[in-house]
Design a protein around this ligand. Structure first.
Ligand code: 5AD
Ligand code: SF4
Length: 465
């Protein structure tokens, strides 16, 4: 260990990539690396890539073009710059990356990044090494404990992957190919990691999985536990005040999980539950295996259990064969459900997925027009949702210094950024605050009471009204 090597990590895409980048940083920190936020200063540049939508791979190649220049300049001055590609483009493209971008020293997939330290060394003698195995060993067992600091600063919130991969095979989606089959981590491993995070000051954990509500890990009693049971157990950990989970499939919203929303105050009243489309014809063509009314019924059950729950979703417009009337069904579903926030995308043909080869691809201008209409509706719902908060009192977790020096920024239970006066408390505190104003994407609030510094599970009972 020299302690002098510097790594620049750039992560694209979803929250699981954010988590993976943190874990890669921890593995590299244990190997003597320090972080740098400048490519020019780095000994190693690591791109953690995303393959979910169009041109993601192209973006990586153009970034690699710029990096090649840097690498050549470095070599001319007698130095050395290593370049690694990780993440889902690495998994999908493998050796093709090294062929197209020979400046890449190694390619590492999402299931083998625990081998990063060895790979960086191996690549010195054998540039172009590719490790995209789905190894028999569990990467999580081989990664350093989360109790140790990594390269990326940790605040009071953290992600924790509990499930990876997907067996659903929606016709548009690359995830089953890049992240592989659905695998759940054992409960004991999840609890140990959550305890390490809590001991390091984390107050809120978001459990991650491509299909997190399909979680079925080996429990502490040797039986299969579902996500609801896992959440109940996590809520017992000292210091953890808030739990969230993402992303879910409507078919896996079981009674047990819905009961957790009813019974567990630490489980925040916010749920990301993608539906993708509102037309039964489109949903069937997408292989979603549920109808729009099935989704409406799931939402009704969740709202009956937790009336103040805020919903978020993902939508795709312009899936092959989507007609004007199919699209109107999506608009109607959005109006029926009412979303606090949402992500919406134009359908993008992903190589190797069933929908990519279908006839009836929707023209680009039609997709753009539909996306614009859908986003206008979703934005107005989100603005209304934020406005409805004004005058309400709720608990805010203070997360980071504000953009203005006299402010501190936190999150509401509904995941809205909340700006307060610095006197409200310190980062990591939970404060009761009254919402005074609402902008398009954030709230302004005034703290009511002194913060509670050390939450215990009993104290967590004061969820939002
Ligand atoms: N085209 C457009 N959007 C997609 N998503 C996944 N695959 C595609 C695709 N091929 C969206 C879905 C998913 C989110 C993570 O990305 O809405 O829920
Ligand atoms: Fe992709 Fe989600 Fe469908 Fe799985 S459930 S195939 S991750 S969109």
């Amino acid at each position: 260990m020299t302690g002098t090597k510097r790594v620049f990590i750039k992560s694209y895409g979803c929250q699981m990539n954010v988590y993976d980048a943190e874990r890669m940083g921890e593995a590299l920190a244990a190997d003597g690396y320090r972080a740098t936020d400048s490519m020019e200063e780095a000994d190693l540049i690591l791109l953690n890539t995303c393959h979910i939508r169009e041109k993601a791979a192209e973006k990586v190649y153009s970034e690699l073009g710029r990096i090649r220049q840097l690498k050549e300049d470095r070599a001319r001055s007698g130095g050395r710059l290593s370049v690694g590609v990780a993440g889902c483009v690495a998994q999908a493209e493998g050796a093709e990356i090294v062929r197209r971008a020979p400046s890449v020293d190694f390619v590492v997939g999402p299931q083998s990044y625990h081998r990063l330290p060895q790979l960086t060394r191996e690549a010195v003698d054998k540039p172009g090494v590719v490790d995209i195995d789905f190894p028999a060993e569990d990467k999580f067992d081989a990664l350093p404990s989360r109790a140790k600091p990594g390269l990326i600063a940790r605040g009071p919130t953290a992600f924790l992957t509990v499930q990876e991969g997907c067996d659903k095979f929606c016709a548009f989606c690359v995830v089953p190919y890049t992240r592989g089959a659905e695998v759940s981590r054992p409960v004991a491993a999840v609890i140990a990691e959550a305890e390490q995070l809590a001991a390091s000051g984390v107050r809120e954990i978001t459990l991650l999985g491509q299909n997190v509500n399909a979680y079925h890990g080996e429990g502490e009693d040797g039986r299969d536990w579902d996500l609801g049971r896992l959440l109940m157990r996590l809520a017992e950990i000292d210091g953890l005040a808030r739990l969230r989970y993402t992303t879910s499939h409507p078919l896996d919203m079981t009674d047990g999980l819905i009961a957790a929303h009813r019974d567990l105050p630490a489980l925040m009243p916010y749920l990301h539950l993608p539906v993708q489309a509102g037309s039964d014809r489109t949903l069937a063509a997408m292989n979603r295996r549920h109808t729009a009314d099935d989704y409406r019924r799931v939402i009704d059950r969740i709202r009956a259990a937790r009336p103040d729950i805020a919903l978020s979703g993902d939508f795709i417009v312009g899936f092959p064969g989507e007609s004007d009337s199919d699209f109107e069904d999506t608009m109607r579903l959005v109006e029926d459900v009412g979303y606090a926030s949402a992500y919406s995308f134009k359908y993008s043909q992903r190589p190797g997925t069933p929908a990519a080869g279908r006839d009836e691809q929707v023209p680009e201008d039609v997709k753009s027009e539909r996306l614009q209409r859908l986003q206008a509706l979703l934005n107005s719902q989100s603005a209304d949702f934020n406005k409805a908060m004004v005058g309400r009192t709720m608990e805010v977790l203070l997360e980071k210094p504000g953009r203005r020096s006299d402010q501190i920024t936190g999150r509401s239970p509904y995941l809205q950024p909340v700006h307060l006066d610095v006197s409200a408390g310190a980062v990591g505190d939970l404060v009761q605050a009254v919402i005074r104003d609402a902008g398009g994407h954030s709230l302004v609030a005034e703290a009511l009471e002194p913060p509670r510094a050390a939450a215990t599970p009993e104290l967590v009972l004061g969820g939002p009204a």
